[in-house]
Design a protein around this ligand. Structure first.
Ligand code: MG
Length: 380
């Protein structure tokens, strides 16, 4: 059995521990409205008023003028996150961390030790509340996917069990909007087709769903038909599939100024990759115009890298095709993907092996300096 453990409105919950006056009120953690920030996490009081993460702060404040906005302090959250995962690891080593505040636990191997999945979930909820002071919601199911749907239904501060054998019934009656992976847009489209529950998806042919929703349609059909499987081995600290950094500018920028921002973005992506000893082969540039139209272009390199300069060069090359664009840019983002861990898999050309080794040492020194002083103050 799988448990999906997800802390409730995590950032807000942490801020409430720091300042109990925030309890019971509509609170959101996010960037400032003037700086075009977005909401990172909203309290349930705020969510009831329509505020959700990812929403521009300015919009959130116009929806809810009484919203209390708190600036994020990320160091604080990672501290709580570590403590949360160490509680989870006390129960089983079969844990898969998926984000700063959520993880899957495969408890199949430890039931003799702790009791059944339900018992373990109760214990985890008790300990997290007692030691962290933050509510955690848990979904239990025979697959990761079912467990995740369960935790969504359990929120806030709850526990939801889908017993073995009842998955079909659970999914059949589940509202599509509660499916993990179905957003508000898809929910609205499905509604137009008269689909409210997952079971109703089966009223339509597979091909028809594919026509309307593309790959998502096939995926949805496979869930409704009970054909979807997401079995995956549980490994600690899975290698991330990508490392990305994007920035919405305070003011939209013309090409000549926007292109300069690529340096900072590449520096951050390179630093994060090096920190985890990860190397990537594909650099993707995301470009957003003032009118919000968004484009992404990927470029695959000849070799794996985590050098800021190489990432930067690739991004500049891609961005070059926008040099004739007369409008302004709202956002740029760089993502490194096609990731491998460790430098073993990397084939250095013989002639530039020494050169690369030197560069690697140099980057490590720069990273150390930046870690010691202010982030990315030393640019290389
Ligand atoms: Mg959460």
């Amino acid at each position: 059995m799988i448990l999906h453990c997800d802390l409730d409105s995590f950032f807000v919950s942490v801020e409430r521990l720091e300042d109990p006056c925030l309890c019971g009120k509509p609170v959101a953690v996010g960037g400032s409205a003037s700086g075009r920030g977005v909401i990172a996490s909203g309290s349930y009081e705020a969510r009831k008023l329509g505020i959700h993460s990812g929403m521009p702060t300015a919009k959130a404040l116009s929806l809810c003028p009484d919203l209390i906005l708190v600036k994020p302090v990320f160091g604080r959250y990672s501290e709580y996150s570590k403590r949360f995962f160490s509680i989870l690891k006390d129960f089983t080593p079969d844990i898969q961390v998926v984000s700063i505040d959520e993880a899957y636990l495969d408890v199949s191997r430890v039931q003799l030790l702790w009791g059944d999945a339900h018992k373990i979930a109760v214990l985890i909820r008790e300990r997290t509340q007692k030691e962290l002071g933050i509510p955690v919601s848990i979904g239990i199911g025979s697959s990761r996917y079912i467990a995740k749907c369960g935790s969504k239904l359990a929120k806030p501060d709850g526990l939801y069990v889908v017993t073995k054998g009842s998955e079909e019934e659970f999914l059949r009656t589940l509202e599509v909007k509660n499916l993990n992976g179905v957003g508000p847009k898809m929910t609205a489209k499905l509604k137009k087709l008269g689909i409210y529950t997952v079971g109703q998806v089966m009223l339509y042919e597979k091909d028809f769903l594919e026509q309307i929703f593309g790959k998502a349609g096939l995926w949805l059909y496979s869930i409704a038909a009970g054909e979807y499987s997401d079995s995956i081995s549980f490994i600690e600290n899975p290698i991330p599939r990508s490392i990305g950094n994007s920035r919405t500018f305070i003011k939209d920028l013309p090409y000549e100024l926007a292109v300069r921002e690529l340096r900072t973005l590449a520096t951050e992506v390179g630093r994060r990759a090096r920190k985890k000893n990860l190397f990537g082969k594909t650099v993707t540039l995301k470009v957003r115009y003032s009118d919000f139209s968004t484009f992404t272009t990927a470029h695959t390199l000849n070799e794996y890298t985590n050098f800021t300069n190489t990432i930067h060069r690739a991004a500049i090359e891609i961005f070059g095709k926008y040099s004739d664009y007369l409008g302004k840019f709202r956002l740029l983002g760089i993502t490194l993907s096609n990731i491998i861990e460790g430098s073993e898999g990397i084939q250095f050309d013989l002639w530039d092996h020494k050169e690369k080794e030197k560069l690697m040492k140099l980057y490590n020194a720069v990273d150390k300096l930046n870690e010691k002083y202010e982030r990315n103050k030393v640019i290389f």
